[in-house]
Design a protein. Sequence first.
Length: 140
Amino acid sequence: MSEPFSVRVIVRGYETDVQGHLNQAVYLNYAEHARWSLLQAAGISQAGLVSGGVGPVALETTIRYLRELLAGDKVDVTCAFEWGGGKTFRIRQTIRKADGTVAAEIDAVGGLLDLKARRLVPAPHDHFRQLATDPALFGL
């Protein structure tokens, strides 16, 4: 299996809390940044999704905080999609320090919303495959 998609982020001072740690909510921002970066790299834009009548939705997110992150730390945020047979998919993400230490693990369940019907579309992997210029980035 190939390495998962990854983006580099540098922790900014204004993202930290009073103890100097990366604020817990910012981990979600980093995960979301990696997801949208993967979509963009695969050739899918927000405008393309909207014009196709669909939009990704988060249904559940779990974060495991394993090591602190401080201002100036360089981290790589991975993103790997896992497809099942239903209306949802899983996204596995890792936030790893430059020295290889895992700082956090993020597991999310998502879906693809039909923007008119306001319901999840069946077989979201088919929609992503159809929209993407590089569906291999989604493991398709």
